[in-house]
Design a protein around this ligand. Structure first.
Ligand code: NAD
Length: 275
C-alpha cells in the first residue's frame, strides 16, 4: 500500500506560490474570523505564518465571537473593494445567525481564493474559470501528484457540502471520472463506496470508512479532520484497517491538509497577478 503524503507536494506548491508572489507587487490575503473556536483560530494563525514564509502579506481580521452578520458582511465588502487586498477568505465557524454561504457572496469572485462565493461554485459547475475551494483543489492536486488516472474511472465522494463534496464532484467530472456523491442519507454506504476506484472521504466522521467500504487496490483520499480526545486530529478513514485493502491512502493529518494551505497561498498569488 502506498501512503500518499501531502508534505512534499505542499512544499512544491509553496515554492510555486513564492515564485509567483515575488514576481510582482506583494500579494495580500485577508482572513476574516468571528469565532472563539481555538482550532479555527489556530488554523488562521497557521495560514498567516505560511503566507509570511512565501512572501505573501496576510491580515487576520478578527471580529470576535460576538460579531453579527452585518459586521461580517460589511468587512468582506470593504476588503473586496480594497485594491491593496488580493485574496479574501472567511473562516468558519461563524456566530449563530450568520450564514457563511450568504456572507461569502460579498467576496469579489476575483479575490475569492477559497472558492466560497456561490458564484465561484456556479462557475466551477459550468466549467468556467474560478478559484475552487482550496480543499477540493488539494484532493485533485494529490491525485495528480501521485499520477492517479481519473478518466473513465469510478470516483465516489462521501460528503456533499458546498466547501468540499460538491465542488470536488465537479472537479472530478471535469477530469472525466464517473462520479457518485454519497451523503448522510445514503443507504448502505459500503455498497456504494466499494464500487470506487478512487474514494474520497469528506464527511467529518472519525473512522466512518473501514475495510468493508473499500475495494481492493482502490485509491483513498481522507479529507476528514476530526478532533480526538487527546487533543489531536484524526481522519474519516480507519487508517490501519483500510491500509490492508487499499492500493493507496493519504494519512490524516499530513495528507490533504498541508496541500490545502499551500493552494490557498498559490491562489492568492494568482489573484494578485490577474490581468
Ligand atoms: P460538513 O459537515 O459541511 O459536511 C459533511 C458531509 O458529510 C455532509 O454532506 C453529510 O451529508 C456527509 N455525512 C455526514 N455523516 C455521514 C455519514 N455517516 N455517511 C455519509 N455521509 C455523511 O463538513 P465539511 O465542511 O464538508 O468537512 C468535511 C470534513 O472535512 C470535516 O472533517 C472537516 O473538518 C474536513 N475538512 C478538512 C479540510 C482540510 O484542509 N483537510 C478542509 C475543510 C474541511
Amino acid at each position: 500500500m502506498r501512503t500518499l503524503n501531502g508534505k512534499n507536494l505542499a512544499a512544491a506548491i509553496r515554492a510555486q506560490a513564492e515564485a509567483e508572489a515575488t514576481a510582482g507587487p506583494q500579494p495580500r490575503l485577508a482572513v476574516v474570523a468571528a469565532t472563539a473556536d481555538e482550532a479555527s483560530l489556530w488554523y488562521v494563525r497557521s495560514i498567516a505564518k505560511a503566507a509570511a514564509g512565501v512572501g505573501i502579506a496576510c491580515d487576520v481580521v478578527d471580529l470576535g465571537a460576538d460579531a453579527d452578520a452585518g459586521q461580517i458582511g460589511a468587512t468582506l465588502s470593504r476588503l473586496s473593494s480594497d485594491p491593496q487586498v488580493h485574496g479574501v477568505m472567511l473562516q468558519t465557524p461563524l456566530p449563530a445567525g450568520a450564514s457563511a454561504q450568504q456572507l461569502a457572496a460579498a467576496i469579489d469572485p476575483r479575490k475569492d481564493v477559497d472558492g466560497a462565493n456561490p458564484l465561484s461554485l456556479g462557475r466551477l459547475a459550468a466549467g468556467l474559470p474560478a478559484f475552487p475551494p482550496a480543499t477540493a483543489a488539494a484532493v485533485l492536486a494529490l491525485l495528480d501528484h501521485y499520477e492517479v488516472e481519473l478518466e473513465g474511472r469510478r470516483a465516489v465522494v462521501v460528503g456533499r457540502s458546498t466547501v468540499v463534496g460538491k465542488p470536488l464532484a465537479h472537479l472530478l467530472l471535469d477530469r472525466h471520472a464517473t462520479v457518485t456523491v454519497a451523503h448522510s442519507r445514503t443507504r448502505d454506504l459500503a455498497s456504494v463506496t466499494s464500487t470506487a476506484d478512487v474514494l474520497v472521504a469528506a464527511a467529518g466522521r472519525a473512522g466512518l470508512i473501514g475495510a468493508a467500504h473499500v475495494a481492493p487496490g482502490a485509491v483513498v483520499i481522507d479529507v476528514g479532520t476530526n478532533p480526538t480526545e487527546d487533543g489531536g486530529l484524526t481522519g474519516d478513514v480507519d487508517f490501519e484497517a483500510v491500509s490492508g485493502v487499499a492500493g493507496a491512502l493519504t494519512p490524516a493529518p499530513g495528507g490533504v491538509g498541508p496541500v490545502t494551505t499551500a493552494l490557498l497561498l498559490r491562489h492568492t498569488a494568482r489573484a494578485a497577478n490577474l490581468p
